[in-house]
Design a protein around this ligand. Structure first.
Ligand code: PHE
Length: 446
């Protein structure tokens, strides 16, 4: 059977942007920024996106398109008989870790959507939005139903294949979310206390830079948000043909993703200060802040419906890219059908996610890393360790395994003046920075 392909370059762009833009930009970005001190974090995040993220995004997509194969197969194709394919295994492991918690949080968004549809969240419940949220996520089986629902949707899209499923679904989600986020950010700016929120987000507290953990947090966020280092972009790139030019596409994806993060910061932080919410509230932050905004604004209930609907859709376009990584791999090695593979893989991820969901309540005493619950621990391992390691390996592969000419050709950079600059970044700058950030976090430097 011929390998599947995108119907058009636009289809690829939308799917890749759909992968990048999701809970990472709104839910994860806001709480990590809030925990890591705001402005200084944002600055590091932007530097990492521009200097490491976007160049590596180009490398990752190039590997996929060149090899026309999945994360593991790509390395076996280009570098047969070498251990580079282990990078692909890391990617497959990350995909299981990430989707198991991503599905849980996306389930929460669908639950919120539903509660706006039926009016439950139009006004603050007794005890406030925070307590209501904690009560919901801590419930033994209630969130699991929504998690299951979300995973079924994800499986259905991947089940239907690249073109009909993923590509078609993305065309509607992204524009709606963009319009809504900008409108909400503008509204948020009119709230009393907005200035304090903006200062938190845009005025770096330089002393925060002395903390090694914020560098790793910003790096992990850049990778997570760009869907980088796991093979999602590699896999999507493998459905592209040679005619589609990559440099402009990857820059577009990177900038779009960053735009969504900054706009959601402008939406969330003014409200955080206006409503007296702790910026360091952790994963619940967006789920407490947003309903407080909607409660205040005219037609807020309606905005809540549309917002959580788009958030759920944006999450779906990301989760399908996560599921597609192991599905493409298993389909090739086991010769299973797409239908069978997507159902089985998605079900395993759902089962892993049960631990994450229970970890918010019944199993909250289980703290695999430090005092982090199951969700935070899985997220930490995947986003702050596995994704940057995957990205490091991809950079080394393109920078050092491929010849200069091969690397430039694979990325359509041969005739571009920025070609050598890009290659220098991929070969030296990005790997050195990633290694320094790791060493720094481990306490070897400083
Ligand atoms: N980038 C996605 C988001 O921001 C999450 C994701 C991570 C998708 C890793 C694919 C790979 O929501």
């Amino acid at each position: 059977m011929a390998r599947e392909k995108w119907a058009s370059k636009l289809g690829f762009m939308l799917a890749a942007m759909g992968s990048a833009v999701g809970l990472g930009n709104i839910w994860r970005f806001s709480y990590v920024a809030g925990e890591s001190g705001g402005g200084a974090f944002l600055l590091l995040y932007l530097v990492f996106v521009l200097l490491i993220g976007i160049p590596l995004l180009l490398s990752e997509v190039s590997i996929g398109r060149k090899a026309q194969s999945d994360v593991v197969g790509a390395y076996k194709e280009i570098a047969p008989g070498t251990p580079w394919y282990l990078t692909g295994f890391f990617g497959v492991i990350s995909s299981f870790l990430i989707l198991s918690f991503y599905g849980v949080v996306a389930g929460w968004s669908i639950y919120y959507f539903w509660n706006y549809v039926n009016g439950q969240l139009f006004t603050s419940p007794a005890g406030g939005y925070g307590a209501a949220f904690e009560g919901f996520i801590g419930h033994a089986w209630h969130p699991i139903g929504w998690h299951a629902f979300f995973m079924i949707l994800t499986i259905l899209i991947v089940y239907n294949g690249v073109k009909k499923g993923i590509e078609a679904a993305n065309k509607v989600f992204m524009p709606t979310l963009a319009v809504l986020l900008v409108a909400l950010a503008i509204y948020s700016l009119t709230l009393e206390g907005a200035a304090e929120g903006l200062a938190f987000l845009f005025q770096p507290d330089w002393s925060a830079l002395s903390k090694p953990s914020i560098y790793l947090a910003a790096l992990g966020q850049a990778f997570f948000s760009l869907s980088l280092g796991m093979g999602a972009m590699l896999t999507y790139g493998s459905y592209l043909s040679k005619e589609n030019k990559l440099p402009s596409a990857t820059v577009g994806i990177g900038l779009m993703d960053t735009f969504f993060a900054i706009v959601s910061g402008i939406m969330i932080f003014p409200a955080v200060f206006a409503f007296g919410i702790q910026p360091s509230s952790g994963p619940p932050l967006a789920f407490i802040t947003l309903p407080s905004i909607f409660e205040q604004m005219p037609l807020g209930g309606f905005v809540g419906i549309v917002f959580f609907f788009s958030l759920a859709l944006a999450s779906l376009s990301s989760s399908v890219s996560i599921l597609e990584v192991p599905v493409a791999y298993f389909m090739r090695v086991f010769k299973w059908s797409r239908h069978f593979t997507s159902v089985i893989t998605g079900m395993v991820m759902f089962v892993l996610g049960l631990a994450v969901s229970l970890g918010m309540g019944v199993w909250s005493g289980i703290t695999p890393i430090g005092d982090n619950n199951i969700l935070d621990s899985m997220d930490y391992i995947a986003s702050n360790i596995l994704l940057p390691l995957g990205g490091l390996s991809m950079a080394l592969f393109v920078g050092w395994y491929l010849t200069k000419d091969q690397a430039l050709e694979a990325s359509d950079m041969t005739r571009l003046p920025l070609g050598p600059v890009w290659l220098t970044i991929v070969k030296y700058v990005a790997p050195v920075m990633i290694i320094l950030i790791f060493l720094n976090a481990l306490g070897f430097i400083g």
